[in-house]
Design a protein around this ligand. Structure first.
Ligand SMILES: [Zn+2]
Length: 196
């Protein structure tokens, strides 16, 4: 059982959902032991979102590279990693901190946004026949990982969900369809015929 009393509190952020809604707060605590940083995150959904988002607790572990770094530098690096890894879902904004000022947090936040933007630019160059096909059919393909090996695109069915694309295969769990280039072309043409 993880106990927050073994950790020191340092930051509270609010997590926003897809529409920029404030779905709840995450309190972060740290513990440094034996060259390892452990950060405990405690999420609590706001009143209106309790039904959709259960409270959650998790621990992130990071190995410390520089033994002379200050707590603030170590946690600053962690915040950048935390924001860059969660940006696909939400944007954690500053609520309060025992260590960082609002400006300091925003500075780390902006560094993170810039890192994510650069990663996305790089990932976007890693196109495949399948992603090109999705572009031609205006399905808005976008990379979902740092290196562009996995992508998502609007589902050809016209439903409000995604198909997932790997190197030479794709699939839609919702429509229960999958395949390679040929299967996607066939499906896209079928959908097109229906709309003519
Ligand atoms: Zn689908």
């Amino acid at each position: 059982m993880i106990e927050s009393k073994d950790f020191t509190y340092f930051l509270t952020v609010f997590e926003s959902g897809e529409m920029g809604l404030e779905i709840g707060e995450t309190r972060l605590y740290y513990n440094i032991d034996g060259g390892q940083l452990k950060v405990l995150s405690e999420f609590r959904a706001g009143e209106y979102y309790k039904r959709h988002y259960p409270d959650a607790m998790s621990v992130h572990t990071m190995n410390l590279r520089d033994s002379t770094a200050t707590i603030k530098n170590i946690l600053g690096d962690f915040i950048i990693e935390y924001i860059t890894s969660s940006l696909v879902r939400n944007y954690p904004h500053f609520v309060g901190s025992a260590l960082f000022t609002h400006d300091e947090y925003n500075n780390l936040y902006n560094i993170s946004l810039e890192l994510v933007r650069k990663q996305q630019e790089k990932a976007k160059l890693n196109t495949t026949e399948l992603t090109e096909l999705c572009s031609r059919y205006r399905l808005n393909p976008v990379p979902v990982d740092d290196d562009g090996n996995s992508w998502k695109a609007n589902c050809p069915s016209g439903g409000h969900h995604w198909i997932m694309i790997a190197a030479d295969s794709w699939g839609c769990g919702y429509c229960k369809k999958k395949g390679g280039v040929e299967e996607l072309v066939n499906w896209l043409e079928q959908v097109k015929q229906k709309h003519i």
